[in-house]
Design a protein around this ligand. Sequence first.
Ligand SMILES: C[S@@+](CC[C@H](N)C(=O)[O-])C[C@H]1O[C@@H](n2cnc3c(N)ncnc32)[C@H](O)[C@@H]1O
Length: 240
Amino acid sequence: MIYFFIIVFLVLVIPTIFQISLTIKIILWIIAGVWLLPFSYMMYLYWYFSLNNKEIQYKIWELVIKKLPWNGRGKALDIGTGAGALAIELAKKFPESDVVGIDYWGKGWNYSKQQCEENAKHEGVADQIVFQKASASSLPFNDGEFDAIVSNFVYHEVRDTRDKRGLINESLRVLKKGGTFSLQDTFKNKRRYGITEDLIRQIKEWGIQQVNFIETVEEFSMPKLVKSELKSMGLLYGIK
Ligand SMILES: C[S@@+](CC[C@H](N)C(=O)[O-])C[C@H]1O[C@@H](n2cnc3c(N)ncnc32)[C@H](O)[C@@H]1O
């Protein structure tokens, strides 16, 4: 998208360096200026969520772990681990745990299994974590295999099923009875998940004993511009 914005901008401004009428030049500059507004907004968000601006991204991962009601003993799963950040934070916070990070590492993301392994090594937790290629829509694990499951901002990205509630169900399937979960995604997006109260009711109907929900934006202070971008994000956490 960034390249697309730059190319269109150049297509608009390059003709203005040639001998064309002043009116056309002005019109092209105005259109290019207007075109730059969404681009600037996008670049601002890109910077805001990049690791250069450490604060917010870490706070989002920390929130997932903070809300996980777990004592850290046993086996945890990070679904859609990306570059492994959440799995690594989990392993660091719970030194007695064993963590599995899965991701399908497909097109569209610059993440890989090798990158996760290098990151875990760099952070000194390589012996605690295993990374594995798998899809969130069909986890290659037995029912009740994990003591804790986490996921951050993944389900809405999953393309191999349209059933977003089904993804939550599949995640909870591999959690043992009494195990804990903390899952963050665009749960307030009605088109994907329906009405939040109804979603929570359905999760309870699946036999989950405790389900809590919070809106991510209410947990941190952030600029209004960013808040509006994150307004659909929520965190589901509790005990199976
Ligand atoms: C926004 S990133 C989040 C990564 C990571 N959870 C984090 O917090 O940094 C979304 C991730 O979802 C992964 N993903 C997309 N579809 C997936 C699928 N079917 N199964 C597992 N992971 C998937 C992508 O590869 C990407 O790593």
